[in-house]
Design a protein around this ligand. Structure first.
Ligand code: C2O
Ligand code: CU
Ligand code: CU
Length: 569
């Protein structure tokens, strides 16, 4: 009788847990060259009972997937409808620093920020997320972020799956902590609940053919040691910055915060079967984020610590028409900068250092100093090819990330990186005692005012100051350091004034160019932030309420400012 009861209970729970799977949500796509994103506070029903207060972009969690074509100029209209200021960073994109959305491009509430840039990145999988200093963890945890897919001619010519949501499936992996009233614990570095695209206990149908999974580690701290429940081989085809030369077969892949891979998985002939994408984190040592175990009741305690857990259940269904059924043998031919062309080597140390008075404990920092908002760590001459040598004396592992560029890992502790890491990268996990050397070139974008960041991608570490910044300088333009800026007269005028829908600028024939226009109302509230506006088309002010405004103009090169008053009719 007892045995019977036990069997019954097991069956009951098996059925119940089956029923508990939720269909994976696939983010909507946006394509074209103009992208409207609205970040706002909202609510989402994660659990029965109380709704959860969240933030989302064009929705109630996370955001749409933006599809860019290499070569296009993409224009973003980011409206901040959050209660708080934010920034939006295009992680992995090569673009001008003033468009980068780092901690310096703060977007106040009810402000529209309009960055734009030409997409020069290789086809690959990128993402965007808030980067407000000391608030990144909280704002990312609240649900803000989104994916970017870049397409190009090289990738398009390959026989790869690319039916979005069918055989080409985006997976934004995160974990979150909820409190007893179903609210997100925004300052929790680790969550108790695994989430894919905002879906808890996700399952999804995949066709019986080769399927491409685009996987982002969007967690604020945890690394995921990815693998399948039947230990099948999967093929890594991209790293952070695009295609590898050839697919690399693996059975595990340790993906750290901020990193992306695209993998091919064959479900040929497996109709009716199921397999789980898992995090095999029980094998992680305590020095890898997610392998560390904390006592219950402490802020870092979490249910998933050093455990194997399910990420996504995949149910194999019928083949689609024109299926991809084989793994290509080659993908591309990457050309990395050569060591012979290196102009500078920079040594960055990652350490646990005690700074501050009595009672202060060691914190994770770079180069033995905390991030300072107005301190520039490096001046990088435009077109420099550099080796960055990351040396860790820290007791913990840190996913190091740099803005502006994709890099190529030369060595890990003196040895060539594994082939699945030998492509273009923008995040690299640096383990205790390790020295990682990468090579990169800082081309195209110089700006002596706005810096790019480098930091640990664990949001808490970054927020606490494990970050630095550098400016890319074009030695042949702009102010020479130490010299007096050339006096340039404020020459701009605005027309028409009053204006209706468009505002034009007359530069009085000086041809200076404008670096930035910020439009404020009479209370000083920022309404529009326009980095390097394309003035020939005028500035669209149709969204402004009728009234008096000020346009603060910052000139190119000299960064001299001029404020112009206008009336919106
Ligand atoms: Cu994904 Cu500086 O960040
Ligand atoms: Cu970034
Ligand atoms: Cu760190």
């Amino acid at each position: 009788m007892r045995k019977f009861l036990l069997a019954f209970l097991l069956l009951f729970f098996a059925i119940k847990s089956e029923a508990q799977y939720n269909t994976l949500l696939i983010p909507d796509t946006l394509s074209g060259t103009t992208f409207n994103l609205v970040a706002k506070d909202t609510i989402k029903q994660f659990f029965p009972g109380n709704q959860t207060v969240t933030a989302g972009i064009n929705g109630n969690w996370w955001g749409p997937t933006m599809i860019f074509n290499k070569g296009d100029v993409v224009h973003i209209n980011l409206t901040n409808k959050l209660q708080d200021s934010t920034t939006m960073h295009w992680h992995g994109m090569h673009l001008p620093a003033v468009m980068d959305g780092g901690p310096h491009q703060i977007i106040p509430p009810s402000t529209v920020w309009q960055p734009y840039w030409q997409v020069t990145n290789n086809a690959g999988f990128y993402w965007f997320h808030p980067h407000l200093h000391e608030m990144t963890e909280e704002q990312v945890n609240s649900g803000l972020g989104g994916l970017i897919i870049v397409r190009d001619a090289v990738e398009s010519a390959l026989p790869l799956p690319r039916k979005y949501g069918i055989d080409d499936i985006p997976l934004a992996l995160t974990d979150r902590k909820f409190d007893a009233s179903n609210q997100l614990v925004l300052d929790a570095p680790y969550g108790d609940s695994m989430m894919v695209n905002g879906t808890l206990r996700a399952q999804y149908n995949v066709p019986a053919q080769v399927v491409r999974l685009r996987i982002l580690n969007g967690a604020t701290e945890r690394s995921y040691n990815l693998g399948f429940s039947d230990n099948r081989t999967f093929y890594v085809i991209t790293t952070d910055g695009g295609l590898l030369n050839a697919p690399v077969p693996v059975t595990r892949y340790l993906l750290s915060s901020g990193e992306r891979i695209e993998v091919l998985v064959s479900f040929n002939g497996q109709t009716g079967q199921s397999v789980n994408l898992m995090a095999y984190n029980s094998t992680l040592p305590a020095v890898i984020p997610g392998g560390d175990i904390f006592p219950q009741g402490t802020p870092f305690y979490n249910y998933l610590a050093r455990k194997d857990f399910n990420i996504l259940k995949l149910n194999v269904t019928a083949q689609t028409s024109n299926p991809i059924t084989s793994i290509p043998s080659t993908l591309t031919t990457n050309v990395f900068p050569s060591e012979g062309s290196v102009n500078a080597t920079r040594v960055v140390t990652l350490s646990d250092t005690t700074i501050g008075g009595p009672g202060a404990g060691p914190t994770f920092i770079l180069n033995h100093k905390f991030f300072q908002f107005n301190y520039n760590d490096y001046n990088v001459p435009l077109n420099n090819t550099e080796i960055w040598q990351l040396t860790s004396t820290s007791t913990f592992s840190h996913p190091f990330h740099i803005h502006d560029v994709e890099f190529h890992i030369l060595t890990r502790n003196g040895a060539a990186p594994p082939s699945y890491e030998a492509g273009w990268k923008d995040v690299v996990l640096v383990k205790p005692g390790e020295t990682v050397r990468f090579i990169t070139k800082f081309d195209d974008y110089a700006d002596s005012l706005h810096p790019f960041m480098f930091h640990c991608h664990i949001a808490l570490h970054e927020d606490l100051g494990m970050m630095g910044q550098f400016v890319v300088k074009n030695p042949s333009v702009g102010i020479v350091e130490g010299s007096t800026p050339v006096q340039q007269h404020a020459m701009y005028s605005i027309y028409p004034n009053p204006a209706y829908n468009k505002l034009f600028f007359n530069d009085g024939g000086t041809n200076n160019g404008i670096y930035y226009v910020r439009i404020t109302n009479t209370l000083g509230k920022t309404m529009y932030m326009l980095p390097k506006p394309e003035l020939q088309n005028g500035i669209d002010i149709s969204g402004l309420p009728v009234g008096v405004y000020f346009a603060q103009v910052i000139f190119d090169k000299t960064f001299e400012t001029q404020t112009l008053r206008f009336i919106k009719k």
